[in-house]
Design a protein around this ligand. Structure first.
Ligand SMILES: [Zn+2]
Ligand SMILES: [Zn+2]
Length: 290
């Protein structure tokens, strides 16, 4: 039973259009049930889920759907994710879709190489099955992990990462390099505000922020998932020092992972969400944010 009041806005969520377990429509239903008024769907390198989410969101006049994406990029020894938010009209833009496909290609090639490595390790899984699990989504390590679980090679998803496909695992494959700077520039080109995702995962944040700010980064996640108050405070300070707008989201995947937070179950204050929306996405009504 939840005792906290849920946030009215959530800017980071995944569906079956990437590696989440709920369909875009189910995600919208859950967000609405949780009282979320501004809900961003931000699948990895894909806007495939937006049309379905938009149809479903029509059922809820109090809910504003924000189309978004989470771009996968790499720096030396680390993965960096950049969130971007759009206007609906932009989703059909062929140049944007072209750009997204470049980010997706890395994840796809990488999945196939991991399947080959697993075969070499005597842990064969079927590439067709991995694609099936991924559905319309860009292939990610969670899909490979589920195929390993189904094939009986591991007894849990975390074990698949620990033994095989985690960063130091024998079947790990680096993705084709897209840099975070390229992601921010790509989003900039389409007028989409770019927000650095889960900055606490980045080992050497300072130089990354300096580079991305120069590329046009608009904000960074401060109120992420179950970030504790002291971490939130520290990141809020970093955001302020760098002239970045704070934001946040649950990064909900419906994977039943420990520490997972449902849409809205995050410490994002309404005034922070409002400030971001008014500055960067003026077409989004902030009426529902009390
Ligand atoms: Zn991420
Ligand atoms: Zn995410």
């Amino acid at each position: 039973m939840r005792t906290r009041e849920l946030a009215r806005a959530d800017f980071h969520n995944h569906s079956t259009a990437s590696d989440g377990r709920l369909t875009p429509a189910q995600m919208v239903d859950l967000a609405a049930a949780n009282g979320v008024r501004v809900f961003a769907l931000t699948d990895h390198d894909s806007t495939e889920g937006i049309a379905e989410a938009r149809r479903e969101a029509k059922k809820y006049p109090d809910l504003v759907l924000v189309p978004g994406v989470e771009l996968s990029t790499d720096i030396e020894g680390d993965e960096v994710h950049i969130l971007g938010y759009f206007d609906f009209d932009l989703i059909q833009n062929p140049d944007l879709q072209d750009a997204l496909s470049r980010f997706r290609a890395g994840r796809f090639e990488r999945g196939r190489l991991m399947v080959e490595k697993l075969k070499g390790l005597g842990k064969p899984i079927s590439w067709e099955r991995v694609l099936e699990i991924a559905g319309e989504a860009s292939v990610g390590r969670p899909h490979v992990a589920r195929a390993l679980l189904e094939a009986g090679h591991v007894s849990s998803i975390p074990e698949a990462f620990d033994l095989y496909i985690g960063r130091n695992g024998p079947a790990y494959v680096e993705r084709e390099k897209m840099t975070p700077g390229e992601a921010v520039e790509t989003l900039q080109r389409f007028g989409a505000p770019a927000v650095l995702a889960h900055p606490s995962y980045i080992k050497n944040l300072g130089p990354v922020l300096t580079e991305l700010k120069a590329a046009g980064l608009a904000g960074m996640e401060v109120y992420y998932r179950d970030y504790a108050p002291d971490l939130v405070e520290r990141l809020a300070r970093v955001a302020k020092e760098n002239g970045l707008l704070p934001l946040g989201g649950s990064d909900y995947h419906a994977l039943d992972n420990p520490g997972e937070r449902e849409p809205g179950d995050i410490p994002l204050p309404s005034e922070v969400a409002k400030r971001f929306l008014e500055a960067k996405l003026p077409w989004v009504s902030t009426a529902g944010l009390k």
